[in-house]
Design a protein around this ligand. Structure first.
Ligand SMILES: Cc1cc2nc3c(=O)[nH]c(=O)nc-3n(C[C@H](O)[C@H](O)[C@H](O)COP(=O)(O)O)c2cc1C
Length: 272
């Protein structure tokens, strides 16, 4: 009887080990830089939704000036190929497999303190999930640059939200975490966009309602296509901008018109 009990206990212990061994425990860290706390809001949501640990990147010499002073300092750093020195992190990155790496977009890419982080902290072998906040756009260009700067890391698709839409982040993050396989669930397959057409007056009205108050020029809408999503109509506008040398460049602006009666068109992001 005693022998049987011992056998049962060791068999149970073996099962427990095997099931843990089959699925290695993954430790995640939300690591972010935020100058004016927009990215911090998204970082805290991610921490809450994933149960990850959290830490922030602090520069030895903070970027505490106004927008123009930050621009002047960054231009000097770019010209001298320098990155800011960051303080020792509270968390030890070596203890984590997955890093949710957050930043504001500066000059179309990740903010300079991330360049400091990459210089000082080894992220090779980590799964890196970028997230960012931005005025108009830059998720795609920032992740292209991250990929090049972190050749030893496995970069997953990222999440980005405009500063003006940060209140939409919670709902969008739920979908994002399913999309990258961190949370269980299934998302409906997105339909393709319709064929591109020259813009009509009604399209220009939607464009102006969404983007008219944006403080920087976004270009002139010339073509549009759209698709119906479960939460409204998603428009992809092609806009044209004249460069200083007289050439015209095209980029894309995404606008969502919610399905609720009278929903105001929302400027989602710009994409080069
Ligand atoms: C120096 C500087 C450069 C910026 N460059 C861009 C840019 O190229 N594209 C963009 O969409 N937003 C740009 N922004 C806007 C920020 O990305 C946006 O305000 C962000 O949400 C700020 O995040 P934070 O509050 O976490 O610092 C810039 C902001 C600063 C201060």
């Amino acid at each position: 009887m005693k022998k049987n009990l011992l056998f049962l206990m060791s068999a149970l212990a073996l099962c427990a080990c095997t099931s843990q061994g089959d699925k290695p425990s993954s430790k995640s860290l939300v690591l972010y830089y935020s100058q004016t706390s927009t990215t911090q809001q998204v970082a805290k949501l991610l921490q809450f939704k994933t149960g990850a640990d959290i830490d922030s990147i602090v520069c030895e010499q903070p970027y505490d000036g106004d927008f123009n002073q930050t621009i002047v300092r960054c231009q000097k750093e770019f010209a001298e190929n320098e990155a800011p020195v960051i303080q020792k992190l509270t968390r030890n990155v070596a203890d984590y497999d997955t890093i949710y790496l957050g930043y504001p977009v500066w000059f179309g890419t990740y903010a300079q303190p991330i360049a400091g982080l990459i210089k000082q902290v080894d992220l090779s072998g980590k799964v890196v999930i970028p997230f960012c906040t931005f005025g108009s756009g830059g998720l795609n260009t920032s992740t292209d640059k991250l990929k090049a700067a972190l050749p030893g890391a496995k970069l997953l698709p990222g999440y980005g939200v405009r500063t003006a839409r940060v209140s939409a982040a919670s709902e969008e993050l739920d979908k994002f975490l399913i999309q990258i396989g961190v949370k269980p669930g299934q998302l409906p397959e997105l339909p393709s966009y319709s064929d591109k057409q020259p813009v009509t007056d009604a399209d220009v009205e939607i464009f102006n309602a969404a983007c008219g108050s944006y403080p920087m020029p976004l270009g002139t809408p010339v073509e549009v296509c759209s698709r119906t999503l479960d939460n409204g109509t998603d428009y992809e506008f092609t806009v044209e901008t004249a460069t200083p040398d007289g050439n015209k460049v095209r980029s894309r602006i995404y606008i969502l018109v919610g399905k609720e009666e009278g929903a105001a068109p929302e400027f989602i992001m710009a994409k080069r």
